[in-house]
Design a protein around this ligand. Structure first.
Ligand code: FPP
Length: 258
């Protein structure tokens, strides 16, 4: 029996988040320029988006460019931005056709204008799609996201529209970029590093973390299926006992869905 047949369709995560790491190392191992690894990484992006759509995953968040990535050599940053623009331009019709809805989280205004235009267009074109929600984390820093939420909330308190006592985790969640999305139940990081690296720190509180040595450009459908199988073999307790969980508890964490 192959892995997709082994997967329990009733125990799939609604939201998968991925740190796509190892493009540079993949390229270096082949004596190629780092950018070559990013190009090949796009092939994996396409395959994983397809796979998530096929299985019926609701949300897929990809860490495509961190706020810290601006510190990379200018040529690499430029190449990544160009790759992003070209990929969106090339794939938008396919996304539309495949019922994928695109979203962006992160410091949108810090992206080059050409990226913003292309992304806005893709967001608009796919806005009525109802299948997979593809969330690109771009110029994203989770700590900045939390600080931004704190500022937005403080402004409301200052304006007398909100009382301090009304601030709770649900309210904070509603001021994050991910407001309206369920929290990820599964976070995958490729290429052997076992860190979260400023990615969805608030939202990953109860996520299952899955680390694999496979570099992102090699991470394809069978690897995703393997991660899902591994996820389904775990017991998600949310602070409860094993016995409590076995008496029919839901497998999902509540995010701050609309
Ligand atoms: C990490 O590998 C990867 C990135 C910083 C960029 C990821 C971007 C893509 C896969 C392409 C663009 C994506 C979309 C959605 C069009 P690394 O360079 O840090 O690898 P290393 O740790 O081996 O150096």
């Amino acid at each position: 029996m192959n892995i997709p047949e082994l997967l329990d369709r009733n125990k799939l995560p609604r939201h998968i988040a991925i740190i796509m790491d190892g493009n540079g190392r993949w390229a270096k191992e082949r004596g190629e320029d780092r950018v070559h690894g990013h190009y090949e990484g796009v092939v994996s992006v396409r395959e994983i988006v397809d796979a998530c759509g096929e299985i019926g995953i609701g949300y897929l968040t990809l860490y495509a460019f961190s706020a810290e990535n601006w510190n990379r050599p200018k040529e690499e940053v430029d190449a990544l931005m160009e790759l992003l623009v070209n990929t969106i331009r090339k794939e938008v019709d396919e996304l539309k056709k495949n019922n994928v809805r695109m979203h962006v989280i992160g410091d949108f205004e810090s992206l080059p204008e050409i990226c913003r235009v292309e992304l806005n267009e893709a967001i608009e074109i796919t806005a009525s799609n109802t299948g997979l929600n593809l969330v690109l984390a771009l110029s994203y820093s989770s700590r900045d996201e939390i600080a931004r939420a704190a500022r937005l909330i403080a402004e409301q308190v200052q304006a007398g529209k909100l009382k301090c006592e009304e601030i709770n985790d649900e309210l904070i969640g509603r001021h994050l970029y991910t407001s309206g999305f369920p929290d990820p139940e599964l976070m995958i990081r490729t290429s052997g590093e076992c860190r979260i690296s400023n990615f969805l720190l608030y939202q990953l509180a109860y996520s299952e973390l899955y680390f694999t040595n496979v570099h992102w450009p090699d991470f394809r459908k069978p690897h995703l299926h393997e991660a899902l199988l591994n996820y389904q073999q775990r017991e998600r307790r949310f602070g409860k006992t094993s016995e409590q969980i076995q008496t029919n508890q839901p497998q999902h964490v509540q995010g701050n869905e609309e």
